[in-house]
Design a protein around this ligand. Structure first.
Ligand code: CP
Length: 335
């Protein structure tokens, strides 16, 4: 099957029923949509147990002893790829980090043939990033019953472990979600990070969600949880407790009409210390990375005391350990 030929792939990405097994346990993680508040809270609580203070040895367990995790990244990544690899190793798994550029994919091998090949080598968990919507769900439909698929970033649709690490970071700073104003700023239309963050925040009952973007980068109506829309940054971040900046996803923008040029963008939507004075006292600044300094955020803010960007990275390892531990339990449970 050719991935790009199927008209159903976009729909597959929203098939949340694929995620849980017949006993309601998490088997694949494809999207935060379809997971309830209790399931998200359980994952966040488990992730907390994998956090250790900076400078101390990382937390380890043998939850994945005798298991094998394969990283298949068809798009570039630093944070997600490295943190899944570290998370799996810290849980005792063997890790295969397949170099797609030197794999048989370049000789034209179909993705499912690559999956079946690795499955024959006893891979238990596939961690997949792909630019085509629905890829992870399609693979989840075809793998053996003792194999799990984790979405490490899917087109502009879903990045569930990023959503979880964002929730964890917010919860560690703000304790609860119900009273919070969260503003997501920037290229929301092309951002899987915004999609998963918004899905997770909506499920957790966030007090107020705001999208702040120029019209060309605003979310397509009906694709994301309901939120107040702003085109003016100062109004959008006023009194916000959490401000999340996004990278402009140039690689996914097909039509640049209406997209502000770099300097124009920073002038209108770039986060700075001065602008953050409008936010609530103690507001935190988030960014999923990679950061384009001087475009979506000023360096002094990105490196300053209100920034939690490096905490997000650290929490990413803990969240991925929690997800891997959870699906490993599902795969090894007798039912
Ligand atoms: N936030 C994020 O997904 O970063 P990478 O692209 O480096 O994995």
């Amino acid at each position: 099957m050719s991935l790009t030929d199927s008209p159903d792939l976009h729909n597959l990405s929203s098939q949340s029923d694929l995620q849980l097994n017949s006993s309601g346990r998490l088997r694949h993680l494809l999207s935060l949509r379809g997971l309830g508040r209790e399931q998200l809270t359980d994952l966040l609580d488990l992730a907390e147990t994998f956090i250790s203070p900076s400078g101390s040895p990382p937390v380890r367990s043998n939850a994945m002893a005798d298991m094998t995790v394969a990283n298949l990244f068809f798009e570039p990544s630093t944070r997600t790829r490295a943190s899944f690899e570290l998370a799996a190793k810290r849980l005792g798994a063997d890790v295969l980090d397949l170099d797609i550029n030197t794999s048989s994919q370049v000789k034209g091998e179909e993705l499912l043939d690559t999956i079946y090949t690795l499955q024959a080598m006893q891979v238990d968990v596939f961690v997949i990033r792909d630019a085509v919507a629905g890829t992870q769900a399609m693979v989840a439909q075809h793998v053996d019953t003792h194999v799990s698929v984790l979405n490490a970033g899917e087109a502009n649709c879903s990045h569930p472990t990023q959503g979880l690490l964002d929730l964890l970071t917010i919860r560690r700073h703000k304790k609860t979600f119900g009273d919070l104003i969260v503003a997501i700023v920037g290229d929301i239309a092309h951002s899987r990070v915004a999609q998963s963050a918004a899905d997770g925040l909506a499920t957790m009952g966030v007090g107020e969600l705001r999208y702040v973007a120029p019209p060309a980068l605003a979310p397509v109506p009906g694709t994301m949880p309901a939120a107040k829309l702003y085109q003016d940054l100062d109004s959008g971040i006023r009194d916000a407790d959490v401000v999340m900046a996004l990278r402009v996803q140039n690689e996914r923008i097909k039509d640049l009409a209406g997209v502000p040029a770099r300097d124009e963008y920073f002038a209108a939507f770039g986060l700075t210390n001065e602008r953050m004075q409008l936010a609530a006292p103690g507001a935190i600044v988030m960014h999923p990375g990679p950061v384009n300094r001087g475009v979506e955020i000023d360096s002094t803010l990105a490196d300053g005391p209100s920034s939690v960007i490096t905490e997000q990275v650290a929490n990413g390892v803990a969240v991925r350990m929690a997800v891997l531990t959870t699906v490993a339990k599902t795969l090894t449970h007798d039912d």
